[in-house]
Write a protein that binds this ligand. Structure first.
Ligand SMILES: Cc1ncc(COP(=O)(O)O)c(C=O)c1O
Length: 382
C-alpha cells in the first residue's frame, strides 16, 4: 500500500530528538525552530514528560468517558490556575480541528443560532465546520460549503461593527486566532479583540478564541488573546498541549451550561493524554517557560528587525514571522540544507518561527548568525 500523498515532504528522516534539537538517520543534528508545526512546547522528549507518560502507561492508558477519570480533573485544575480562567469548564478531545468543531457547535447549541463570523486568512482546521470557517478555498470541499459563514477583513473594526449592525441577532459566534499562524503570523489588534467582546455581549454571540497555535504560552501569555485584557467565552487549544502527544480541548465560560450528550468523544481525555498534558503544564510552570518565550522571542525579533533584508518582523513571544523578499527566495530551503535549521513557512513568502518555548538564547543566536550567513551567500551568488 502507498501513502496518500497530501503534502510535499522534505527529504529528511528524523529518528531522534532532544530539547530544541533533532537528528536524522544519517546522524546530522538540526536546530528545530519549527517544533513540528508549533507542537513542541516544552522541548522534544523532555524527561519529566517521558517519565509521566511511561508511568501512566504502566498503570492504565485508556478507558472510555463512562467512568471517573481523576486525571481530567487534575488537568482542569492546573489549566485553570495557569491560565487564570479558574471558573471555566474543560472539555477534552484530540485535535485542533475537533476542538474548534466542538466550540462552534457548542456556541450554536447555546444560543440557537447559525451564523459564524470568521476572518480573512483564518485557519481553523480541516473537519467540516472548522474548514468552513477557514479562509482557503483549496481546503473546502463542496460538501463543506455553507451560507452560514461570513468572512470579514481581519482587524477591520468598521467592517465588523457594520456586519453586527446588520446581522447581530443571527450571529452564533465569532472565531478568531489571537495570532494567525497559517495565515502568516498576523497579530489581532487589542482593540479588535475588545470590540469582538463588546459586540458579542451586545448581541448575544459567543466569542471563540482559537488558541490552537497561538495559545499554551507560545505568545508569552498563556492565551495570546489575553493581551487585549478581555475574556473569550470559549478557548480552543491543541498543538502545544501535549508536546506531541495528541490531546486537545476547549475551555468554556461558566455562563455556557453543559447538557448531557451534546458533546462527546471516545478518545478525548484518556489517561495517557491527560498524563502528557499534565506533564506539559508542570514543566511550563517549573521552568517558567512563559517568561522564557517572552525573553527569547524579544531577542529574536530585535535581531531580525536589525537585518535590513528581512521585512515586517512580527509576532509575540516565540510565534514570529517575517517576510522574505523575492531575491532571497531560497532562504528557507538553504537554512535547512546548509545550516541544518528547520523553520516554518506561510505562503507565499513568510518564514515562521515556532520553536519550543524552552529555546535557549544561545540557540537563537546560532539561528541569527546562520541566517545572516545564508543571506550573504545568496547575495554572493546573485
Ligand atoms: C489556529 C489553528 N487552528 C486549528 C488548527 C487545526 O489543528 P489540527 O491540525 O490539530 O486539527 C490549526 C493547525 O494548524 C491551527 O493552526
Amino acid at each position: 500500500m502507498n501513502l496518500f500523498d497530501v503534502y510535499p515532504l522534505n527529504d529528511v528522516t528524523i529518528v531522534k530528538a532532544k530539547g530544541s534539537y533533532v537528528w536524522d538517520d544519517q546522524g546530522n543534528q538540526y536546530l528545530d525552530l519549527y517544533g513540528g508545526h508549533a507542537v513542541i512546547s516544552i522541548g522534544h522528549t523532555h524527561p519529566h514528560w517521558v517519565k509521566r507518560i511511561e508511568e501512566q502507561l504502566e498503570k492504565i492508558s485508556f478507558y472510555s468517558n463512562s467512568i471517573q477519570i481523576p486525571l481530567q480533573k487534575e488537568l482542569a485544575g492546573k489549566l485553570g490556575t495557569i491560565s487564570g480562567k479558574e471558573d471555566y469548564q474543560l472539555f477534552l478531545c484530540n485535535s485542533g480541528a475537533e476542538a474548534n468543531e466542538n466550540a462552534l457547535k457548542l456556541a450554536s447549541f447555546h444560543n440557537g443560532r447559525k451564523k459564524v463570523v470568521a476572518f480573512t486568512k483564518a485557519f481553523h482546521g480541516r473537519t467540516s465546520l472548522a474548514v468552513s470557517v477557514t479562509d482557503n478555498k483549496n481546503y473546502v470541499a463542496p460538501v463543506n460549503e455553507t451560507d452560514n459563514v461570513a468572512f470579514l477583513p481581519f482587524n477591520d473594526e468598521e467592517a465588523l461593527e457594520d456586519y453586527f449592525t446588520r446581522h447581530g441577532k443571527e450571529i452564533s459566534s465569532v472565531i478568531i486566532e489571537g495570532i494567525q499562524g497559517v495565515g502568516g503570523i498576523n497579530v489581532a489588534s487589542e482593540s479588535f479583540l475588545k470590540l469582538i467582546r463588546t459586540l458579542c455581549d451586545k448581541y448575544g454571540a459567543v466569542y471563540i478564541a482559537d488558541s490552537v497555535q497561538c495559545g499554551y504560552g507560545r505568545s508569552g501569555k498563556f492565551f495570546s488573546h489575553d493581551f487585549a485584557g478581555v475574556n473569550a467565552d470559549i478557548y480552543s487549544m491543541a498543538k502545544g498541549m501535549g508536546n506531541g502527544f495528541p490531546v486537545a480541548g476547549i475551555i468554556i465560560a461558566p455562563h455556557i451550561k453543559p447538557k448531557h450528550f451534546q458533546l462527546g468523544t471516545t478518545f478525548g481525555g484518556n489517561h495517557l493524554a491527560c498524563a502528557a498534558a499534565l506533564a506539559v503544564l508542570e514543566v511550563i510552570r517549573e521552568e517558567k517557560l512563559l517568561g522564557n518565550a517572552t525573553m527569547v522571542g524579544k531577542y529574536l525579533r530585535e535581531q531580525l528587525a536589525a537585518i535590513p533584508e528581512i521585512k515586517n518582523v512580527r509576532g509575540r513571544g516565540l510565534m514570529i514571522g517575517f517576510d522574505v523578499p523575492e531575491e532571497l527566495g531560497p532562504l528557507k530551503k538553504n537554512l535547512l540544507a546548509h545550516q541544518k535549521i528547520f523553520t516554518g513557512e506561510a505562503k507565499p513568502n513568510v518564514i515562521r518561527l515556532l520553536p519550543s518555548l524552552a529555546l535557549k538564547k544561545k540557540d537563537a543566536e546560532e539561528f541569527i548568525d546562520a541566517l545572516k550567513e545564508e543571506i550573504a551567500a545568496i547575495h554572493e551568488t546573485a
